[in-house]
Design a protein around this ligand. Structure first.
Ligand code: PL4
Length: 404
């Protein structure tokens, strides 16, 4: 009989976001009349723009014609899309051959974990998007879970707190093989400056670590001085891979399209280019992003698509400002929400699952408990700015009625 993958038994509970949905459903069952507003999972709510919708419809129609039909494509994605990502999003500091198109950043993170395997030592920001740790657990790269610390023994947690302005000193990093780093950060909403990323890159090069840089929220950066990609930093080509996505800037959360950038200079200890093995993994376990959806990606990156992307991002950032203003009025210390679609609200001394439950059960607003993102998230809850304006306005009214 097949044995269970022992690594899966090391995960202390279910994946965070289905658990949030489960608790939301339980609340709904208990209060069938309640109109629950979800500011929990970072899920886009606004329709695709007409320009992208037309490109997708045209591509779908083409598939129904003998001269428009296409089957399997290159696993790495359309050449045109790889080129457009390199040009429009990276100002050609990366080569189209280094861009591998995919079905999303989360899926790429999982495949990167397969690339590095069980022997890779890992450092993560704490708190961080749960896939970095949970996926590392599944491939066997983390050791066992220490209940008392709420940490895995084999993972180095870089605490990101208000005290260090959500940027841990890279000089304190032990030499790990991989460093997961997300900026704009989920869940804190903090964005690293160029100087901070330079310090991180310098340490990674000294320690011969590889940074897996998640820039899924980079289009949300409004401040022109802040870096949108790790490849804006000198030396990053020798020590970083970037994962990114169309999910949040154009609403492709359910449509699915993302990419990685793996520079040619990045090598393993034995000199093998990482890109060579990454390409081998992708061609083996991935069969290419949908050809219809890739046409949507091309439309998102032409002039009209980029203008519409800015509007979509602007809309969600107005939501973020409304949530921040509400928390300010309530006297709740909060962070983020200025260059990121998440607001990180501090409830010192409180258990974040209790705060989550209180907000859900008292005013029927779903958030995400900070502890779900790592031990340093204890005492915080995350508010997502993804929502219809009407829901955000209603949520802000309700939050003010909370008995804190
Ligand atoms: C709920 C830092 C959301 N079921 O859509 P993708 O795969 O291109 O990107 C996923 C992703 C990648 N990197 C970061 C992210 O925050 C996300 C999406 N995170 C959230 O609420 O934190 C959606 C979560 C989804 C999931 O598990 O990803």
């Amino acid at each position: 009989m097949a044995k269970r993958n022992a690594n899966l038994a090391k995960l202390p509970g279910g994946y965070l976001f289905p658990e949030i949905n489960r608790r939301k459903k339980a609340c709904q069952d208990a209060h069938p009349e309640a109109d629950i507003i979800s500011l929990g999972i970072g899920n886009t709510t606004e329709p695709l723009t007409p320009h992208i919708t037309q490109a997708l419809a045209k591509a779908a129609e083409g598939m129904g014609m003998s001269d428009g039909y296409s089957g399997y494509g290159d696993e790495q994605g359309f050449e045109a899309l790889r080129g457009k990502i390199a040009e429009k999003l990276y100002n050609n500091v990366v080569d189209p051959e280094e861009v591998l198109v995919s079905d999303g950043a989360k899926c790429d993170i999982g495949r990167l974990q397969l690339l590095f395997g069980a022997d890779a030592s890992v450092a993560v920001q704490d708190p961080s998007y749960p896939v970095y740790v949970d996926g590392s657990v599944i491939v066997g790269a983390t050791g066992d879970f220490d209940e008392s610390k709420q940490q895995y023994g084999g993972v180095h947690y870089m605490a990101c707190t208000p005290e260090n302005n959500f940027f841990p000193d890279p000089a304190d990093l032990p030499p790990t093989d991989l460093i997961y780093f997300c900026s704009p950060n989920n869940p804190t909403g903090a964005v690293a400056t160029k100087d901070q990323l330079k310090a991180l890159v310098d340490v990674a090069r000294k320690n011969r670590s590889i940074i897996i840089f998640d820039s899924a929220y980079s289009p949300y950066i409004c401040d022109p001085e802040l870096p949108r990609s790790i490849f804006e930093i000198d030396g990053a080509r020798e020590c970083a891979i970037e994962v990114s996505s169309f999910s949040k800037p154009v609403g492709f959360t359910g449509v699915r399209l993302g990419w990685t950038v793996c520079p040619k200079e990045l090598v393993f200890e034995d000199g093998t280019p990482v890109l060579q093995d990454w390409n081998r993994i992708m061609t083996t376990v991935f069969n290419g992003a949908s050809n219809i959806i890739q046409h949507g990606g091309l439309a998102a990156l032409d002039e009209q698509g980029l203008a519409e992307m800015r509007e979509t991002v602007g809309f969600y950032m107005e939501n973020a400002a409304l949530i921040k203003a509400c928390l300010d009025d309530m006297g709740v210390q909060n962070y983020g929400g200025e260059n990121a679609p998440y607001i990180w609200a501090h409830f010192p001394g409180c258990d974040s699952w209790d705060v989550f439950a209180k907000i859900l059960n008292e005013v029927f607003v779903v958030t995400t408990p900070g502890a779900g993102f790592g031990p340093a998230g204890q005492g915080f809850v995350r508010f997502s700015a993804f929502g219809h304006r009407k829901s955000i306005l209603e949520a802000t009214q309700r939050l003010k009625r909370l008995s804190l």
